[in-house]
Design a protein around this ligand. Sequence first.
Ligand code: GRF
Length: 217
Amino acid sequence: MARLKLGVLISGRGSNLQALIAACADPSYPAEIVRVVSNRPDAKGLDHAHAAGIPTDVVEHGDYPDRESFDRAVHAHLEAAGVELVCLAGFMRLLSGWFVETWHDRIINIHPSLLPSFKGIDAHAQAIAAGAKLSGCTVHIVRPEMDAGPILVQAAVPVLPDDDEDTLAARILTVEHQCYRLAVKLIAEGRVRITGETAIVDMPPDAGQHLISPPAG
Ligand code: GRF
């Protein structure tokens, strides 16, 4: 079976990219990464792509007069590579309406909270400030509004009384990596149907052990 062709957009560390690279290294995984695009030349994630032999492009947003012209340049790279699904993995740019519509239902994002709670860049701080006892992560289809769109996979992670942003982020991050791998696999296997603003997911029974992490006793 042909593998789903992924384009991964990054801006920084790239640990979710690395998790996808590791998943794709298994020949039975139904997707492959054909392009990594960064808006920052110094993104650490580029090193992961180079080490895995994945072609990369750097498209610096400062070189473009507005959001859409930057997005059109990114789009040209993705299209040239034959990308079928765009994976945002710590990509710190809001996408234009043009880009989101062009890739309608074919862009996914990972966010470190249980959406729709705690949108935005300071999700961990918001969860702690709210006194939330559970947070987690969400993989969702991208819509023009930030951190919104049909939800594909979520995992819950406890917020402990002495957590700071860093300890909570680290606990959530390990689960992010599992959720992103799972979400891509579900899409590649045709297990996701989007109806309006809801995703109907045919979740295999063995898929979800990590969806509450640490596992509920
Ligand atoms: C992750 O926490 C992700 O949820 C958020 O940005 C962070 C990116 O981390 N969107 P990395 O670059 O994948 O390590």
